[in-house]
Design a protein around this ligand. Structure first.
Ligand code: COA
Length: 705
C-alpha cells in the first residue's frame, strides 16, 4: 500500500529509548515511565535523563540527551515541565532522535498562548525530522516481543494480542487498558494521542494497516482531523479484512449550529459522523463497554458468512432474551434443519425445545449440551452460534465449557469451523467457565445481549464487505459554468432565478419559473408555460413559502392567475419590503412523489448529502438519509432505499414506480455541484417531483458562504 508510514517505526520499534525528565521521585510520571520501560522488558537500553540525578531506579542517569553514548537512540519520552520542552526537543534533534512522545501537559488545552507554543513544537519537530506523539498524552505501548515497549505511565501492562488501540483521551486510555486486562483482551499496541500535534489517528491507521500483528483496530475519537483521509484509509483497511471499531464522542454545542435550511436541521448533530463511519466500514459503538464486546469477538472469532444465528441454551429465559436481542440488533434466527432436529431428539429429553432457541433444559448433562452445540454448528443453515449456559450451583461449568470447546473442534472436522461461537455463562461460577474458554480464545459474555451485539456487528461487517465498491462518476460538463455563475455573487441566499440557473447549468431538470412583478405579467408568463401553473410569492424574507400561504397550485387559466397574484401581493406582500418583492410563475408538474435533495456542511465530517421524502411535511416525517461526500454511484443507489418511505418510490397502492435512474442521476449531479462549488454552503431542492419518467426540481434554495 502506498500510504505506508515508515516514519512510525522509530516510535513502535526503537532500538534505544531515553526518558527526559526521569524523576527520582517514585510517584512522579517521569519515574513511572522508566519503571514501565524496565519492568515491561524493553529489549533495548533505557537512558534516564536528569541533570540532578546520578541514577534513576538503579540505571545510570545522564545530564542531557546529548551526553548519552548511543547513536541508536530512536525514541525520547519527554516528561519535563512545559517551559523546558522546546529546548529538550532541540537537543533531541541534535542527537538524531527520530520520534518523541511528549507526555507534558500545558499546551493547546491550557489556552492562552498554548496553541502557539504547540505550533512551535510542530515546526521544531519538522525541522529535525522527528515524529511527535502528544503533547498531553499518556504514552505509547507495543507488545511486539521483539521490542516489548511500554513507554507510558499506565498503571496496567496490556496482555499480548491482535488488537491495536488509539485513544484521544489519556484518562480513558488508562481505564480502557485496565478493562482490557480484566477481560483478557490482548493488545498489539496502544497509543495515547493527546493533542495530536503531529501523529494523528490517521497516521496510526496507515501504520496498523501494514502491521501483521494487528488484526483489529480500536479507536476512541473526539475529533476527526482529516475526515477525507480517514474515510479513504478506513475503507481500504476494512476492505482488506481488518475491522475498525470506534467510539466517537462529541455531540458538542459547537456542532449545534442553528440553520434555516431543511437539510441542516434534519441531519442530527451526530448522524453525519455515524454515516461517515458506516459508509466506510467502521463499526461505531456508542459505549466503551460495547467496544470491548465487539473487540473480543473480532479478535478471536471468524467473521460469519451471514446473519443466521442459532442459540443453544439450558434455560428458557436467557434464550428468549438472546433471541430478542439478536433480532433487535438485526440478526436472523436460523431455521434448524430436519437432520439437526432429529440429531437433537436423540440427545435431549422430549421436554427440550428443538426449535431455535434450542432449550436443552436445565437437567441436560455437560455432554448432552456439548453434543447439541456440535449438532447445531454442523447445520448448514446456521452461520453463527450463541451457547448460553446458566450454571445451577451443582453443575461443573468447567466441564460444560470444555464440551463447548470439543464441539467447536468437531465442527472444524466437518468443515463448519468458520462459524463464530460467542458464549454466555450466567449465574454461579461463570468465571470458571470463562477461564476455560479464554484459554482456547472463545469469548464468554456476562449477558446474552452483549454476545448478540458483538455477533450482529460481525454480520454487519460481512454485509459491508460484500457490498461492491462504488465509483464517483466524472463531474457533469456544466460544472464549471455553474461555478462561474456564483463566483462573484455575494454571500447569503441566492435569488431564486439564480439558484434555478445553477441547477440547470449542471443538467438538473427544473420547472423553470418566470419572475414577474405584477398580476398582469404573471398571467402572460403563465400563458407561455402552459396549464396548469403554480404561482409563488418571491421575497428574500419568505423562506418557507407555503407556511405563509405564498404558494397557489392548480391555476388553470389567466383569470385564476391574476386573482391569485393580486391576493398574495395585497395580503402577504403588504408586510414585506416592496423592493425585492416579486412573483414566480411555474408550470405545475406531477403528480409524482415529492422528495427532497439537500446538501450542507457538517462541522465534523464535511460535506453531506441528504435525500428524503419532501414537501411541506418534511420536518414532521424527518424521513431523511445521509451520505458524506464524495458520493459514489453505489451510495446514490443505496440512498433511494435507505428512507422509510422507499416503498412510495417503488410504486405504492397501484401508483407507478418513480424513475430511479433519474433520481440517482440527480443525486450525483447535486453532489458534484456541491463538491465543485466550495462556496455553496447549503442547498435544498424541495420538493423534487419524482415522476414515472424523470425527476423535476420544483423549488430550490441555495446559500453562499
Ligand atoms: N532535562 C532533564 N530533566 C529535567 C529537565 C530537563 N530539561 N528539567 C527538569 N528535569 C527533571 C527534574 O530534575 C525532575 O527530576 P527530580 O524529580 O529527580 O528532581 C524531573 O525532571 C521532573 O521535573 P519537575 O520539575 O519535578 O516536573 P514535574 O514532575 O512536577 O512535572 C510533568 C513534569 C511533565 C509531569 C508536568 O509538567 C506535567 O505536564 N504533568 C501533566 C502530565 C499529564 O497529565 N499528561 C497527560 C496525560 S493523559
Amino acid at each position: 500500500m502506498s500510504d505506508r508510514e515508515p516514519q512510525l517505526d522509530p516510535l513502535f520499534r526503537p532500538r534505544a529509548v531515553a526518558v527526559v525528565g526521569a524523576s527520582r521521585e517514585p510517584r512522579a510520571i517521569g519515574h513511572l515511565v522508566v519503571k514501565n520501560l524496565v519492568e515491561g522488558g524493553f529489549t533495548g537500553p533505557v537512558y534516564p535523563i536528569n541533570p540532578q540525578a546520578r541514577s534513576v531506579r538503579g540505571l545510570r542517569a545522564w545530564p542531557t540527551i546529548e551526553d548519552v553514548p548511543d547513536d541508536q537512540l530512536d525514541l525520547a519520552v519527554i516528561v519535563v515541565p512545559a517551559a523546558a520542552v522546546p529546548d529538550v526537543l532541540e537537543a533531541c534533534g541534535r542527537k538524531g532522535v527520530r520520534a518523541a512522545v511528549i507526555i507534558t501537559a500545558g499546551f493547546r488545552e491550557a489556552g492562552g498562548d498554548g496553541p502557539e507554543r504547540e505550533a512551535a513544537l510542530r515546526a521544531l519537530a519538522q525541522r529535525h525530522g522527528i515524529r511527535l506523539v502528544g503533547p498531553n498524552c499518556m504514552g505509547v505501548i507495543s507488545t511486539d516481543p521483539e521490542v516489548s515497549l511500554n513507554a507510558s505511565f499506565a498503571a496496567s501492562t496490556p496482555l499480548t494480542g491482535p488488537v491495536a488501540f488509539a485513544s484521544q483521551s489519556g484518562a480513558l486510555g488508562e481505564a480502557i487498558l485496565a478493562r482490557a486486562h480484566e477481560l483478557g483482551l490482548g493488545l498489539s499496541a496502544f497509543v495515547s494521542l493527546g493533542n495530536k500535534v503531529d501523529v494523528s489517528g490517521n497516521d496510526l491507521l496507515a501504520h496498523w494497516a501494514e502491521d501483521p500483528r494487528t488484526r483489529v483496530i480500536l479507536l476512541y475519537l473526539e475529533s476527526l482531523g482529516n475526515p477525507r483521509r480517514f474515510a479513504e484509509l478506513a475503507e481500504r483497511i476494512a476492505r482488506a479484512g481488518k475491522p475498525i471499531l470506534a467510539v466517537k464522542s462529541g455531540r458538542t454545542a459547537a456542532g449545534a449550529r442553528a440553520t434555516a435550511s431543511h437539510t441542516g436541521a434534519l441531519a442530527g448533530l451526530d448522524e453525519a459522523t455515524t454515516t461517515l463511519l458506516e459508509q466506510h466500514g467502521v463499526l461505531r459503538v456508542t459505549r466503551v463497554e460495547g467496544l470491548f464486546n465487539l473487540a473480543r469477538a473480532f479478535a478471536s472469532q471468524p467473521i460469519p458468512a451471514g446473519g443466521r444465528v442459532a442459540i443453544v441454551t439450558n434455560a428458557g429465559g436467557p434464550g428468549i432474551m438472546a433471541a430478542d436481542a439478536a433480532i433487535a440488533y438485526g440478526l436472523e434466527m436460523a431455521e434448524i434443519g430436519p437432520q439437526t432436529r432429529s440429531a437433537l431428539r436423540a440427545l435431549l429429553p422430549p421436554s427440550a425445545s428443538f426449535q431455535n432457541p434450542i432449550d436443552t433444559i436445565a437437567t441436560a448433562s455437560p455432554q448432552a449440551f456439548g453434543s447439541s452445540v456440535a449438532a447445531v454448528l454442523a447445520d448448514p443453515g446456521v452461520d453463527a452460534l450463541l451457547p448460553i449456559y446458566v450454571g445451577p450451583a451443582l453443575t461443573d461449568v468447567r466441564a460444560v465449557a470444555r464440551e463447548i470447546l470439543g464441539a467447536i473442534e468437531r465442527a472444524r472436522g466437518v468443515g463448519a469451523g468458520n462459524k463464530p461461537v460467542l458464549a454466555c455463562f450466567m449465574g454461579g461460577r461463570a468465571d470458571e467457565a470463562r477461564e476455560v474458554l479464554a484459554a482456547a480464545d472463545v469469548p464468554s459474555y456476562d449477558f446474552p445481549e452483549d454476545a448478540a451485539q458483538a455477533l450482529a456487528a460481525m454480520a454487519r461487517y460481512r454485509r459491508w464487505q460484500a457490498r461492491p465498491r462504488g465509483t464517483v462518476p466524472p463531474p457533469p460538463p456544466g460544472l464549471q459554468r455553474a461555478a462561474a455563475l456564483v463566483a462573484d455573487a455575494p454571500a447569503g441566499w441566492l435569488p431564486a432565478a439564480q439558484a434555478f440557473a445553477l441547477l440547470e447549468a449542471i443538467g438538473v431538470s427544473v420547472a423553470a419559473p418566470a419572475r414577474v412583478r405584477t398580476a398582469e405579467e404573471a398571467a402572460a408568463a403563465a400563458r407561455e408555460r402552459g396549464w396548469p401553473v403554480v404561482l409563488k410569492l418571491d421575497h428574500p424574507q419568505l423562506l418557507h413559502k407555503s407556511d405563509r400561504g405564498a404558494v397557489r397550485l392548480g391555476l388553470a387559466d389567466e383569470d385564476a392567475v391574476r386573482a391569485a397574484a393580486r391576493d398574495m401581493l395585497d395580503t402577504i406582500g403588504r408586510g414585506l419590503d416592496p423592493g425585492p418583492l416579486g412573483l414566480l410563475v411555474q408550470r405545475q408538474v406531477g403528480p409524482g412523489v415529492e422528495v427532497l435533495v439537500g446538501a450542507n456542511s457538517d462541522p465534523s465530517v464535511g460535506r453531506v448529502l441528504a435525500f428524503g421524502l419532501g414537501g411541506v411535511h418534511v420536518e414532521v416525517l424527518r424521513d431523511v438519509a445521509l451520505r458524506v461526500l464524495p458520493l459514489t454511484d453505489r451510495d446514490a443507489d443505496e440512498l433511494l432505499d435507505a428512507i422509510r418511505g422507499a416503498p412510495l418510490l417503488r410504486g405504492h397502492r397501484g401508483a407507478p414506480p418513480v424513475d430511479r435512474a433519474a433520481l440517482r442521476d440527480l443525486l450525483l449531479r447535486v453532489a458534484a455541484l456541491v463538491e465543485g462549488c466550495p462556496r455553496l454552503a447549503e442547498l435544498d431542492l424541495n420538493p423534487v417531483l419524482a415522476l414515472p419518467a424523470g425527476a423535476i426540481a420544483v423549488d430550490v434554495r441555495a446559500r453562499l458562504e
